[in-house]
Design a protein around this ligand. Structure first.
Ligand code: BGC
Length: 249
């Protein structure tokens, strides 16, 4: 089935049509940059713009960078505060006139990677998928089943959120070398290992395309590999979520 997947981020809203049975993008990927902390109505207008650009009618799946329960946003760490408690699924549905499901962005990306990404993802019991971008997103899978809405980017490490120590945004802002950033990210992974003991880490998000540049500086013990779907995973996973919500599993 062809479905529209949308990935809302701290700096851009992206979307494409996805074949939910193969995970392949079947249209161009459309990307609209946004100012930091843009208000919900601006982002929702962009979702409608992407739908129109692609001339799409049908279920829409959306990944949003925060906790989502029954379509309602509960947090907005890197987003405008008006998102908190907003029924974003309903707002998008009203604007686009299409059935819409909203899920956490890292959950969406992790889902896509588990289904269509690296084979190893399906060979381990406990997999921790992380997206590294404006923030750090987490998705935990046990026997391929997702535990939704985990927020390990906000785990406090020596008094500071993990994502404030080692997100890609922090790396850029502080102009960290790969070595220095790698050291910080290793500390983050060590904390996750201590608490969760996963069998595999998969790194996704914008930074996953540069894995080769920093792999040698990751000194944690659990095997850590880059995501295969790179930064397409969020869009693909959102489309899978729409498929599951409206067409069944
Ligand atoms: C949010 C998460 C999100 C992650 C990646 C964090 O700041 O709290 O919900 O998955 O950023 O976008």
């Amino acid at each position: 089935m062809i479905l529209l997947g949308i990935d809302i981020g701290g700096s851009a809203t992206k979307g494409a049509l996805v074949d939910s049975s193969t995970g392949a993008l079947v249209s161009e990927r459309i990307r609209y940059e946004t100012k930091p902390l843009e208000k919900p109505n601006v982002i929702i207008n962009l979702v409608e713009q992407i739908r129109k650009d692609l001339n799409y009618h049908g279920p829409i799946g959306v990944g949003y960078p925060g906790i989502i329960k029954q379509g309602i946003c509960l947090t907005a760490a890197n987003m405008h505060k008006n998102f908190v408690n907003a029924d974003v699924a309903k707002m998008i549905q009203t604007k686009t006139n299409q059935p819409t499901v909203v899920v956490n962005d890292a959950d969406a990306a992790g889902l896509a990677e588990m289904r269509f990404g690296v084979e190893e993802a399906r060979q381990h019991r406990v997999v921790m998928f992380l997206t590294i971008g404006t923030g750090i997103g987490s998705a935990i899978f046990v026997d391929e089943q997702l535990m939704p809405n985990t927020e390990f980017g906000h785990l406090k490490i020596r008094g500071k959120d993990a994502e404030h120590r080692a997100s890609d945004a922090v790396r850029r802002m502080e102009k960290l070398s790969w070595k220095r950033w790698g050291k910080r990210f290793t500390e983050v992974l060590n904390n996750y290992e201590f608490l969760l003991n996963p069998d595999l880490f998969i790194l996704g998000g914008g930074l996953s395309t540069q894995f080769d540049l920093f792999a040698e500086y990751l000194k944690n013990s659990v095997k850590t590999i880059p995501a295969k779907l790179k930064n397409m995973a969020g869009i693909v996973g959102a489309a899978i979520a729409a498929h599951e919500a409206f067409q069944g599993k």
